[in-house]
Design a protein around this ligand. Structure first.
Ligand SMILES: Cc1cc2nc3c(=O)[nH]c(=O)nc-3n(C[C@H](O)[C@H](O)[C@H](O)COP(=O)(O)OP(=O)(O)OC[C@H]3O[C@@H](n4cnc5c(N)ncnc54)[C@H](O)[C@@H]3O)c2cc1C
Length: 446
């Protein structure tokens, strides 16, 4: 009988004062802030083979294409990342939502008067929902009751999708009529970043200790030292900052032992991750209006490739980026590349005729299927309450801390929100540590 030698590869064990899970903007800003305040014994564990999370720039086509965040929303009024983006070397331009042409399904262009009317009607609908909001009732349900025309009219459906579902992430049937818009905005016209939003994540990450390909599987936090396990390594820490997306918490990718407090878990269950997907088509030559920033079309299916961003307004790249919003964004993740191209081209054929060239390349996202994200950004879903984002932010036992865009009620779903949660969380860890030091008995002198 041949005897086999069993070789067990033992996981190594390392201790840090603070372990931060997730190298997205929230995790990076936590670590940067801790380091700047003298907390050096830290490490960031990141599941993917890159940093940035939902700030993700694809450079495979030569020019930078942002597959996650692209706009700096509200650059004025003290937005904390405006200056930092400058320091990071970001370039961009003020978006002008008026530089748009919208087509109907017969290829006719909506007039300026029709577009103005649609804008007013959209504002009217928002006020109508706010006035008639009820708990456990969706925005769509309120519209169905009070203004059913809005759900049928193609141009109104376009505004509900390209304005509302895009900015909030969720489908109108899932948005809480009470809380959908109860967040805050910084003032100023949005800036579109043209040289890649990843310059911001790389700026924050400078000099930080980051371990890639480290998917955290479990966190045991009962004892003084917190135990963390990844597929390949074991770690211990005095404090842990969980800066993974809401979608990851919802899918229980990380096992917490003991389980998270009931109130926190209930908030995780109630809030939702919305999905917005991007499709970028590259062409040999331009067949659309070079001067327009955006184009639109009003298909019967809500959220289906109805909004286009023109790369030629800010670069030499012959590309159009289109989007999928709401339920359609989840559905299209199961479509083949061939179908996606055919569906987008069907819209472009209506807008620019049958003789336009076929794309030479496509890049597409699937944020819902991404195991380490589980959607695009969090939103106030029908069963949620306005306190749920605050519950997600609450630390546990002064040991587990939580950061990420889903932990800030007022600025959820944004890069600046994610950044702010990192600063907040670093302060929390710092003050708990200071307090602990103050309460330590003085060392005995014998
Ligand atoms: C398509 C799209 C468009 C957007 N557009 C804009 C925009 O124009 N402007 C704007 O302000 N915001 C926009 N956003 C939102 C913005 O990108 C996010 O709010 C922000 O980047 C979230 O940062 P975060 O650090 O909270 O999370 P993330 O960036 O998701 O970082 C979390 C990190 O945790 C890692 N992770 C997950 N699970 C584990 C695990 N088990 N172990 C270890 N690591 C793990 C992930 O890989 C990820 O790197 C957009 C998002 C998307 C998807």
């Amino acid at each position: 009988m041949v005897k086999h030698k069993v070789v067990t590869t033992k996981k190594s064990k390392k201790h840090y004062k603070v372990i931060i899970i997730g190298a997205g903007i929230a995790g990076l800003s936590t670590a940067k802030c801790l380091k700047e305040n003298g907390v050096e014994d830290i490490v960031i564990l990141e599941a993917k083979n890159r940093i940035g999370g939902r700030v993700w720039t694809d450079r495979s086509a030569g020019s930078p294409i942002d597959l996650g965040a692209n706009w700096l929303h509200g650059p004025k009024g003290g937005n904390p990342i405006t200056k930092l983006l400058k320091k990071a070397g970001s370039k961009g331009f003020k978006t002008n939502n008026d530089l748009i042409k919208i087509y109907d399904m017969e290829g006719n262009v909506y007039s300026d008067a029709q577009l103005d009317e649609a804008d007013y009607y959209f504002e009217f609908l928002i006020e109508l929902v706010e006035k008639n909001a009820r708990s456990k009732t969706s925005l769509r349900d309120i519209l169905a009751e009070k203004e059913p025309f809005a759900l049928q009219d193609p141009l109104t459906k376009y505004t509900l999708s390209a304005f509302l579902e895009f900015s909030l992430g969720g489908d109108i049937k899932d948005l809480s009529s009470e809380h959908f818009y109860d967040d805050e905005e910084f003032p100023g016209k949005d800036r579109f970043i043209t040289n890649g939003f990843d310059s911001f994540s790389h700026y924050l990450a400078e000099g930080l200790p980051i371990k890639l390909n480290q998917q955290v599987e479990s966190i045991r936090y009962k004892k003084d030292q917190i135990k963390i396990e990844t597929e390949t390594e074991k770690y211990t820490a005095d404090y842990v900052v969980v800066a993974v997306p809401l979608g990851v918490l919802k899918e229980n990718v990380i096992r917490f032992k003991p389980k998270l407090p009931k109130k926190k878990q209930a908030a995780i269950d109630r809030l939702e991750m919305g999905t917005v997907n991007k499709v970028v088509l590259f062409f040999e030559s331009v067949f659309w209006e070079k001067e327009l920033q955006y184009m639109g079309i009003t298909p019967p299916e809500k959220g289906k490739y109805n909004y286009f961003l023109n790369f030629r307004t800010f670069s030499e790249t012959n590309a159009l980026m289109t989007f999928a919003f709401g339920d359609f964004a989840i559905e299209m993740e199961n479509h083949s590349d061939k179908q996606v191209i055919a569906d987008v081209m069907a819209h472009l054929n209506i807008m620019y005729g049958k003789d336009i060239p076929q794309p030479i390349r496509m890049i597409r996202t699937a944020w819902k299927k991404d195991r380490y994200t589980g959607g695009s950004y969090s939103f106030a879903s029908v069963p949620s309450t306005s306190k749920d984002f605050d519950l997600l932010a609450k630390s546990v036992d002064d040991k587990l801390f939580f950061a990420g865009e889903h932990t800030i009620h007022d600025y959820r779903g944004t890069v600046h929100g994610a950044y702010m949660t990192g600063v907040r969380t670093a302060k929390e860890v710092f003050s708990v540590e200071q307090l602990k030091k103050m309460n330590e008995p003085p060392s005995m002198i014998v």
